[in-house]
Ligand binder design. Structure first.
Ligand SMILES: *[C@@H]1O[C@H](CO)[C@@H](O)[C@H](O)[C@H]1NC(C)=O
Ligand SMILES: *[C@@H]1O[C@H](CO)[C@@H](O)[C@H](O)[C@H]1NC(C)=O
Ligand SMILES: *[C@@H]1O[C@H](CO)[C@@H](O)[C@H](O)[C@H]1NC(C)=O
Ligand SMILES: *[C@@H]1O[C@H](CO)[C@@H](O)[C@H](O)[C@H]1NC(C)=O
Length: 447
């Protein structure tokens, strides 16, 4: 899609859709009201999209499943070793799975370190990392209500799933809360026990508080009157290689087009829009993906940036590859795919400096606003640690060789091709040590 097409055609298409929608609206108004009343009093979360107008949502009641409390000591909870790659050819798909409610938000022993880094970035970067977009008139509502709903959802969830780590106080039950689960009083404050910090949900900015409570980054997508999903709020604290300020307010399909997600147009675009629109309240989903990240060790003697001390492995922003996070030409460079030769011919990559950046994303719909809450959790592992895991170096090398050219380019394979012989060597050692069999390709996603 050329920029020309985007700028000229979108108002036209939106206008056209608005006309069609206006015509249909009066006819459907009555029946959709009947349906939504039924949805509220009976089972919420049943497919209701067929009768729903694009961009419309009637607040629904939703019976949350009971969560299983996790009472493990925080510093004993290991990061989950997601290794989301397969032997052989890579296929571009959404790769989604059903999510158990117990797994919506994941915390682990890095919580305190992550919290410190996140607080620092929220404090120093402000609107560049946390932002709520206003309404885009005639197209999509603002993100403010959904942001408020999300922070209450998190407080309800976290205090039940991790009762030793998060404590809440509630308002008097008789003061009917707008946002609460199981008919309880609305949450007033939440305490992160290991940090001994307490936040008042009415006083804090909702997106900032949400981002401070957990290790995940958050995006809120709202359906527009054109049926597209718009990024109307975000707390994108540790994105690695994209910036919230470049994408806020954009519809999902443009985010992916400008991010050059390979084969998006051909394979993902339609299925993703359809998927978002149909996502029911009671069927959250999860997907994983991964890429590599090159991290030059910080030149500690010359740095005065406190962020480098808080984030030596560039979890938040991949400085080694993308340079200064605030540079003006970043988005422009991103939107023109760099030629393969650009990285070729540079010095060989040291496996010591390569990390697997493994990302876990969840999607769920919020019952009151109908917005979609998108969580993004990043796990970063040195490739050298990964290479010691039985079956993993062989499978990773095979997966990388299975990337098609566009995927390889998107993931910056040129930079990492020196890692392949290293992985092959570790694989050979594992075979020789009898840890795995030469042709055993049975190891797969270990989740
Ligand atoms: C996921 O949920 C959908 C919708 O309920 C169901 O049809 C499907 O079988 C589930 N898939 C798995 C792998 O459980
Ligand atoms: C809660 O509300 C009831 C009824 O309004 C009142 O009698 C009671 O004192 C309140 N409790 C607290 C703790 O505010
Ligand atoms: C937690 O912080 C409060 C002040 O906010 C303080 O009074 C209290 O002693 C602290 N508790 C612990 C265990 O450090
Ligand atoms: C995962 O996919 C998203 C697109 O859905 C992309 O923005 C992100 O950079 C990818 N992350 C990794 C680690 O590859």
């Amino acid at each position: 899609m050329s920029p020309l097409f985007r700028f000229d055609a979108v108002p036209f298409v939106v206008g056209l859709l608005a006309l069609v929608a206006l015509g249909l609206f009066k006819l459907r108004q009555r029946s959709s009201r009947v349906h939504s009343t039924r949805d509220q009093t009976t089972v919420a979360g049943k497919p209701r999209t067929q009768e729903r107008e694009p961009g419309e949502w009637t607040p629904a009641t939703f019976d949350y499943p009971q969560l299983e409390p996790c009472t493990d000591e925080l510093n004993t909870i290991k990061p989950i070793p997601y290794r989301p790659f397969r032997w052989g050819e890579y296929h571009v798909t959404m790769g989604i799975r059903n999510m158990s409610w117990n797994e919506w938000i994941e915390i682990d022993q890095n919580f305190v370190a992550h919290h410190r880094l996140r607080e620092h970035r929220i404090r120093t970067r402000g609107e560049r990392v946390v932002r709520v977009h206003d309404a885009q008139p005639g197209i999509v509502a603002s993100g403010h209500n959904a942001a408020r709903e999300l922070v209450y959802e998190l407080a309800e969830y976290l205090s039940r799933r991790y009762p030793d780590i998060y404590h809440v106080t509630r308002k008097n039950k008789s003061e009917k809360g707008t946002y609460s689960w199981y008919g309880e009083g609305q949450v007033q404050t939440i305490t992160i026990v290991p940090l001994n910090v307490t936040y008042d949900l009415e006083k804090e900015d909702p997106m900032t508080l949400s981002a401070s409570l957990i290790q995940e980054d958050l995006a809120i997508m709202i359906e527009g009157s054109d049926g597209r999903y718009y990024l109307q709020a975000g707390a994108i604290i540790i994105p690695g290689s994209w910036r919230l300020s470049d994408k806020i307010g954009m519809p999902l399909d443009e985010i992916h087009v400008t991010g050059h997600v390979p084969q998006y147009e051909r394979k993902l675009h339609l299925s993703m829009s359809r998927f978002f629109r149909r996502l029911p309240l009671d069927k959250p989903v999860v997907r994983n993906n991964y890429s590599f990240q090159l991290v030059h060790p910080p030149l500690s003697s010359t740095t005065t940036d406190p962020e480098i001390a808080l984030d030596p492995t560039e979890l938040a922003w991949c400085r080694t590859i993308h340079g200064d996070e605030d540079r003006d030409d970043f988005e422009r460079r991103q939107s023109s795919v760099p030629p393969l030769e650009e990285a070729a011919g540079s010095a060989p990559v040291d496996p010591n400096e390569v990390f697997l950046r493994s990302e876990r994303q969840t999607l769920r719909r919020l019952p009151r606003t109908g917005a979609i809450a998108f969580t993004i959790r990043v796990y970063q592992t040195p490739i050298m640690d990964l290479a010691r895991e039985p079956g993993v170096p062989g499978r990773l090398a095979s997966a990388v060789r299975g990337w098609s050219e566009d995927v390889a380019q998107y993931k910056g394979v040129e930079r990492y091709k020196d890692v392949l012989p290293y992985l092959d060597e570790r694989h050979r050692e594992q075979v020789e040590a009898g840890l795995i069999k030469e042709d055993d390709h049975s190891s797969s996603y270990p989740f």
